[in-house]
Design a binder for this molecule. Structure first.
Ligand SMILES: *Cc1c(COP(=O)(O)O)cnc(C)c1O
Length: 415
């Protein structure tokens, strides 16, 4: 069997290439800028073959691992970074960072409303783990966004009481209906926060946002950022891992929590992953470019085909790699996901169907024909099967593969 693409989709995609020229140029420019940032860091830090040779056992004096962390820090505009396979995902890295930075009696505030699904158990908003922050005496408060922007007044007022330890900002939309936050908005809110209380720690959940703009949160006032290597900065090459980057003393606290107090970053073999992490970061600006162009293309196609809830629109500025659209029916959702899976390199022959998922109130349908299981810098999509049948799609290691996947998905849905 080969890729099935219908005439209607094919001709609309030709028009898309013409109409999206300007949008794609902007993405190319950002990719060039961020590629230079990455290459500068490689050259400056004299990466060499010997850096790929991991040290086993305790991993003491692994120069490659240390260099990798220095390069990640530079790319993220941070003082220091922790980049390890022992942080197994973004959720793991966030749980680790929060539990390192927050102790009994401390208060954290989310200023982007309800956090991403997998963070709720960490905080104690769902489930009842004895390891949740709540069950360890950490207080939690939440300030909602107003019209997809921070509630600057409310945030400033709350922080003037000087009893908040940490503010959490989620850059990406995640599985919510809001828009993602731009670096400009994050800069503005960091100023408000630090004016009100210079001692508060500003932590940004950076998942899906990395390298989408030319600046990163630590360059505009954030103290620490956290993310997953199965997303943007893994470049589709890293096969696991997470990162934390920011102020040196904060990164050290997280490292002490990961390994052991007073040992911190010096412990930990990387299981021959160094080369994958280096190469993943090297490829990351381009992988993000592929994902962004795929998102822009799909946004255009869905809008022209008359679907609603397309967000961001194809010509709107972007600050993460997620594309949302409402497909209007369970059948459309399922067909689109089936087509996307058929247009993927791995498990293309699988027919995906909606099914129950632990922890989710509705059946979920998803497509992920990815080399790395669950990797979302690779083309993937998922949706809860409920009104208005919104699909969340992201990734695409190259635009060409992403575009083909979307064309197969649309053909399957329309026919
Ligand atoms: C994906 C994501 C996470 C969790 O990362 P995983 O690697 O999936 O554990 C956290 N926050 C946001 C906003 C995300 O998009």
């Amino acid at each position: 069997m080969e890729l099935e693409i219908c005439e209607k989709v094919k001709s609309l995609s030709e028009q898309a290439e013409i109409d999206l020229k300007n949008e794609f140029e902007k993405v190319d420019e950002i990719c060039l800028y961020n590629s230079q940032k990455v290459l500068d860091a490689f050259v400056k830090n004299r990466v060499s073959y010997s850096d790929f040779q991991d040290i086993n056992g305790y991993g003491f004096y692994d120069g490659g691992r240390d260099k990798l962390e220095k390069i990640f820090a530079e790319v993220l505009g941070a003082e220091d970074a922790l980049v390890r396979p022992q942080m197994m995902s973004g959720t793991n890295a966030i749980a680790l960072a929060l539990s390192a930075l927050l102790h009994y009696g401390d208060t954290m505030i989310s200023i982007t409303g309800l956090p991403y699904d997998s963070l709720r158990g960490i905080i104690g908003l769902s489930g009842n783990s004895s390891q949740s922050l709540k069950n360890n005496g950490v207080k939690y408060e939440q300030i909602e966004l107003v019209d997809d922007d921070f509630d600057y007044n409310k945030i400033g007022k709350r922080l003037k009481k000087h009893n908040v330890k940490l503010v959490e900002i989620q850059r990406s939309t995640g599985y919510s209906t809001r828009k993602s936050l731009t670096i400009a908005q994050i800069e503005k809110v960091c100023t408000v926060i630090k004016d009100a209380d210079p001692n508060v720690i500003i932590m940004v959940d950076n998942c899906y946002g990395e390298l989408v703009e030319t600046k990163e949160p630590c360059q505009v006032g954030a103290d620490i950022v956290v993310g997953s290597l199965m997303k943007n900065l893994g470049g589709g090459i890293a096969s696991s891992g997470g990162y934390v980057a920011g102020k040196k003393e904060l990164v050290e606290m997280v490292a002490d929590r990961l390994t052991a107090p007073c040992i911190g970053k010096s412990l930990g073999a990387n299981f021959n992953q160094n080369i994958l992490f280096f190469k993943g970061l090297y490829m990351a600006p381009n992988a993000v470019k592929g994902a962004l162009k795929t998102a822009i293309f799909s946004s255009y196609m869905l809008e022209k085909l008359g679907f609603s809830g397309v967000s961001p629109r194809y010509n709107e500025p972007r600050t993460d790699i997620i594309q949302k659209f409402d497909l209007g029916s369970a059948e459309n959702l399922t067909k689109f996901c089936q087509g996307l899976q058929n247009g993927s390199p791995i498990d293309a022959f699988v027919t995906v169907l909606p099914g129950p998922m632990p922890g989710y109130p509705f059946d979920e349908v998803m497509a992920a024909g990815t080399f790395t299981q669950g990797s979302t810098i690779e083309l993937s999509a998922d949706a809860p099967v409920c009104e208005p049948y919104t699909l969340y799609m992201q990734g695409g290691l190259t635009y060409e593969y992403g575009k083909l996947g979307v064309m197969v998905a649309l053909s399957k849905m329309l026919n």
